[in-house]
Design a protein around this ligand. Sequence first.
Ligand SMILES: Cc1cc2nc3c(=O)[nH]c(=O)nc-3n(C[C@H](O)[C@H](O)[C@H](O)COP(=O)(O)OP(=O)(O)OC[C@H]3O[C@@H](n4cnc5c(N)ncnc54)[C@H](O)[C@@H]3O)c2cc1C
Length: 502
Amino acid sequence: MPTIPVIIIGAGPVGLSASIALSRQGICNIVIEKHPSTSIHPKARGVNVRTMELCRIWGAEQQIRQSELPVTARRFLWMNHVQGEIQGDVSFVTEQEELSPTEPCLLSQDIFEQKLLVCLKTQKNSQVHFDTRVINVEQDDQFVYCELENLIDQTRTRIQAQYLIAADGANSFVRKKLNISMDGIPLLGTHVSVYCETDLSSWLSDKPFAVMAFTDKEQMGRVMMAVDLKRRWIFSKRVADVNEILTKEAGIQLVRATVDEPELAVNVINISKWEMAALNAQQYRHGRIFLCGDAAHRIPPTGGMGMNTGIGDVHNLAWKIAYVIQGYADQTLLDSYEQERKPLAQTTIDWSVINANRLRAIFQSLIDGNSHAFYEGLKEQAKHINHIGLDIGFTYGESQGFDPNTYKSKAVVGMRAPHCWLSYNNRIISTIDLFEKNYVLLAGKNCMVEKIKIPIPEKYPKTTLVIDKDVHILNQDFYACYQLTKEQAILVRPDGHIAWIS
Ligand SMILES: Cc1cc2nc3c(=O)[nH]c(=O)nc-3n(C[C@H](O)[C@H](O)[C@H](O)COP(=O)(O)OP(=O)(O)OC[C@H]3O[C@@H](n4cnc5c(N)ncnc54)[C@H](O)[C@@H]3O)c2cc1C
């Protein structure tokens, strides 16, 4: 039976990212996906600043930026109806130059997945198999065994791996097979999203947006999302009946009713029904199997964190699996995956539920005809769509307390090491770009590096960089940004989180 270091189930954004991150650590892996391609339905569109930092490290950022929505679309509009007036305009804050070498990006998930797939195909340790379903998973002390079904010719094969990443989505077959329960709220509402092509330029060409909600009573509860801001859109609404039939004709009627144009030409591309839930798996690790992304946590989309959190999961896990497979660390390192990611996912779930309630309060104010409450509710929406603290301000370890909406550069053990521009080997880079495979000791110019005893196992690969000797600070004050003295040093993990400060 062929043995592969890591099998990944699911070529969603999380599985694809897992493959890229493992490959770049030198770990061969194979992604198994039951569909013939990546997703054809554009669910997410908010790629946050941390995900973009990872894409930058993976060399995928420029490709992704080529397809992003324009900066002018970075807003959540409230209109009375499509052909009406703007009632509220809540903008995304994107001036983060001091905080990151990059910025968030608006791009629909289907395109984002295609870009990740292109990046994956340039990695020499990655392979993807589409049209292949994992039908059984078992494990013992040494291996995980997967039974695969080729959906074209129905042939079955078995493969084994040292580790398995289950990135198989919200209805994770692996999670169910392992009997791992989820805690939280199983159903916050059932929604239908109609992905279509239609020409709305007469009404919307001068109003770029990412998301639009409506204030007129007959339109209330419907949401529009821009896919390419030209012809492709998603029209979404909450449905009472889970069994409501999703015919194309019903989709066309929803679009026409929302635009208030009974004869509008609409081409429905596809329709998806999704359930909003707020759930966190009781366990993220079971022996050699790890749950990641929606398989591990179901985060309400109010805040746009599901995909971003899942990509953070696999970035946290990939270097740990690599260190174990490469013999630098023993298996206990892998326990820290759940310890670090599960509390963060819970914080993100709770925050997203608060956002759902913030939206509900706005709709209630409209139902009550209370315009004061409506405008107060709009002010609260800034906290819904801007979440720099959740993106880059969280801390692994004991002190999980942080504000999801704010972030200030500082060096705290467990936090992402702050961004500063550097000159390194005659290239201008960010500190963020320094961290991928090795632990990095970043030492102040007067630090007695030879006398430092760093608290990590001898075997771990490490690099020492002394400020003003190996790296040169450019336009920011490194010491102020990191709140360190010139005598101090800081040790950063391969995932860019601070491990230790002298
Ligand atoms: C309306 C909406 C808006 C959203 N907006 C945002 C946003 O702005 N930002 C954000 O971060 N998140 C957002 N999300 C959430 C985001 O879409 C999900 O969190 C994300 O898709 C999860 O990625 P995943 O890879 O974990 O799972 P999925 O995308 O579900 O991928 C799982 C993959 O596994 C495959 N699979 C499953 N079982 C098997 C099997 N047995 N064998 C082989 N393959 C299998 C599936 O076919 C699928 O391709 C939004 C969600 C919705 C519904």
